[in-house]
Design a protein around this ligand. Structure first.
Ligand code: IPD
Length: 300
């Protein structure tokens, strides 16, 4: 049967608001000591509680859909062609733990392994980004969810598909992340790329305007979608970090290429990504330029 993506979007928006209330009222210091990859790969009891809430609601509403969530993922789990909710209960857990107000709930739906619906909600700033494939991407600000009757001003603004042309990496604002995979080869490559991006060229030539790290892959993707940064490069993300943001990016006219040089169409679970904002021209050139900066190196 045909999927009603708009209805799914609306259900996800309401779940995101509920999850947001939970995040705001939680104690961010309850770090689960059995942390994941290493000491910087943090998970809290709130991550798990939010995922429980989201998965039980989604399973009740859409019992035939598959579900992949960060906290219940088991190595080897794959996203198949069937409709699959791809969920990060708190993207930016490190920010959540430190009280740095850039964390969000990231709710995506993949169909045929492509992002079809995306909701990214930052409860600290009450900022919601959303997209349905083929229907554009939006940013909703100022919604006062806590008040009965929804008082407060809400504005829902489309994310422009065609902002200014991209001149190239020089003079652009670039988002990057350290991520949690900082073992030898990944660490060396990330460090080298950050240095090359920031370096002044000989004879006072151009360099990137600056580097940014919001600490949340989903929020970085939304910043690219909104044209606030020009591109975002990271290796080590998971599908739940990117599915929702990718749907939003694509609907705002942005493109996602592989974070390793050479592949234009990364798989949803490729784990290395390079996102470039919407522009009337210069997107592919910017990807090529970035791949040139990476050079021969590749992330695992
Ligand atoms: C992480 C954040 C971080 C990024 C990592 C992600 P989490 O997600 O998005 O910014 O660098 O790659 O895994 O663990 O906070 O859900």
């Amino acid at each position: 049967a045909d999927l009603n993506l708009q209805e799914i979007h609306d259900a996800l928006v309401s779940i995101a608001h509920e999850a947001g209330r939970m995040i705001l009222s939680a104690n961010p210091t309850d770090i689960d000591q059995g942390t994941k990859l290493n000491s910087v790969d943090i998970v809290t009891e709130t991550d798990k509680a939010v995922e429980d809430l989201v998965s039980s609601k989604l399973r009740a509403l859409y019992p035939t859909f598959a579900f992949m969530g960060e906290e219940t993922y088991k190595p080897g789990n794959k996203i198949g062609p069937e409709p699959t909710f791809v969920v990060d209960p708190i993207d930016g857990t490190t920010n959540f733990v430190h009280g740095f107000p850039e964390a969000c709930i990231s709710l995506g739906l993949a169909v045929d392994r492509h992002p079809a619906v995306g909701i990214v909600y930052n409860p600290y700033q009450d900022k919601l980004y959303s997209a349905v494939r083929g229907r554009g991407a939006f940013q909703t600000v100022g919604q006062v969810w806590g008040l009965e009757g929804g008082r407060g001003r809400v504005s829902r603004l489309p994310l422009a598909r065609n902002p200014a042309p991209l001149a190239g990496l020089d003079a652009s604002l670039v988002a990057v992340e350290w991520g949690s995979s900082r073992d030898d080869a990944n660490y060396e490559l990330k460090t080298a790329v950050f240095k090359r991006l920031a370096a002044a060229k000989p004879q006072g030539g151009a360099m990137v305007h600056s580097l940014r790290s919001l600490g949340s892959a989903a929020l970085n993707l939304c910043a690219v979608a909104a044209g606030q940064v020009d591109c975002y490069w990271e290796g080590g993300c998971w599908a739940w970090d990117v599915c929702a943001g990718w749907a939003i990016l694509a609907e705002a006219g942005g493109i996602m290429a592989s974070g390793n040089p050479g592949t234009w169409e990364p798989a949803i679970d490729e784990r290395k990504y390079l996102a470039v904002r919407g522009a009337p021209s210069g997107q592919k050139e910017l990807v090529q330029e970035f791949w040139g900066v990476i050079g021969e190196g590749r992330m695992d």
